[in-house]
Design a protein around this ligand. Structure first.
Ligand SMILES: *Cc1c(COP(=O)(O)O)cnc(C)c1O
Length: 365
């Protein structure tokens, strides 16, 4: 039986429309597990946004960003606009194995001067963004390298510069001082004339920061790349459930599980769908972490004292404990005597990290 993501379609779609309408130049990001929805579904949804004419109103939807070259086949047939690849191009691996039919739609990210030379030698008319490294220190060019890259671009008039990319860290305070410094580098780089010279692709800026950036640089087109706040921004539209597969009453001392544990007290073993294959992992142990609190728990004979660990499954709003570590597709929970015991077939709410969960089914109403 399944671990299911149920989406309130009306609510989800109106959130997507609202974000798109409030975010000029929006570039939806679909990568990894498709934020739980799958890449194919996010590509179709981006096409749906595009079909509403957002781009004609300057509201984006013309470009979809993927994380890696390997993800392109999952989205390319479901979305017909431009495809920005976020992982920088390198002269090896899947970057060199793209479908030639897609080459006019792919926008490469270039983060090293040597890669720019290499890419332009292989594909003189490549479309690309130059990535400027940020305080994240993940990928990208220094200010001086950006200037060198701009000179190389001027020498390759066939190449199509689509802008400069900045991947900012998740906010700790305001991004604006850093962004202004980086914008100075972009202005000083003497990028070849064209729309790309005044287009900046950014991530993780708040709406307020984006507004202020647009006000400070009115000649620039700002392209916010957004995944989490777009697809997962309205959590109340999303519900994750597993299903009760079996229920076994146990007395204190009864043996159960792969490891032949014994029940520390009477209650029920509940077998629910969802395990390691779905990304369900062990959570932090329950209870307080101080020694004194720990001793008090031991004295009370709490289940965490018996080594039970908190699970992400909750029943009647209460997070339940794993009876043992999750199995591949199912988990065993311990329900102490006195607590409500759901029946086989009942749904059980699960708290998950959407970006790390493989759902068996995604149901969009
Ligand atoms: C993943 C990613 C994003 C989107 O990040 P979210 O936090 O999901 O919005 C934007 N830019 C780059 C370069 C990324 O890798």
């Amino acid at each position: 039986m399944s671990l299911t993501l149920t989406v309130d379609g009306e609510r989800w779609r109106s959130h997507l429309r609202e974000v798109a309408a409030a975010t000029p130049g929006l570039v939806p990001v679909a990568k990894g597990n498709g934020y739980g929805f799958t890449l194919g579904r996010l590509a179709r949804k981006t096409q749906w946004l595009r079909d509403q004419g957002l781009h004609d109103k300057g509201l984006g939807g013309d470009t979809l960003a993927v994380g890696t070259y390997d993800e392109l086949p999952h989205v390319a047939t479901r979305f017909d606009g431009d495809l920005l690849v976020l992982t920088p191009w390198r002269p090896f691996g899947s970057a060199l194995e793209t479908d030639p039919a897609l080459s006019s739609r792919i926008i490469h990210t270039v983060g090293r001067v040597s890669d720019l030379a290499d890419l332009l030698a292989r594909q003189p008319d490549a479309r690309l963004v130059l990535e400027r490294v940020t305080s994240m220190l993940r990928h990208g060019l220094s200010a001086r390298d950006l200037w060198t890259a701009a000179a190389m671009m001027r020498d390759h008039p066939q190449a199509r510069l689509e802008g400069v990319a900045l991947h900012l860290p998740l906010a700790h305070g305001s991004h604006l001082p850093e962004v202004s410094r980086l914008m100075n580098d972009v202005v000083a780089a003497e990028l070849p004339e064209g729309p790309g010279a005044t287009t900046v692709w950014v991530s993780h800026l708040t709406r307020d920061e984006l507004d202020r950036l647009r006000t400070s640089y009115p000649d620039f087109t700002i392209r916010p790349r957004i995944g989490t706040d777009l697809w997962l921004g309205d959590r109340d539209a999303l519900r994750v459930t597993s299903t009760v597969l079996d229920v076994h009453p146990v007395a204190r001392g009864d043996v159960y599980g792969y490891r032949g544990r014994t029940a520390p007290k009477a209650g029920h073993i509940l077998v629910v769908s969802g395990g390691t294959a779905h990304g369900i992992g062990l959570e932090a142990p329950t209870g307080e972490s101080t020694l004194r609190a720990r001793a008090a728990t031991l004295a009370r004979g709490g289940l965490d004292a018996a080594g039970f660990v908190r699970s992400p499954f909750s029943i009647d709003g209460k997070q339940r404990l794993f009876a043992e570590p999750p199995h591949m597709q199912a988990s065993m929970l311990f329900i102490p005597r006195g607590a409500h015991v759901p029946a086989v077939g009942d749904p059980v709410d699960v708290r998950v990290r959407f970006t790390a969960t493989a759902f068996d089914r995604v149901l969009v109403s």
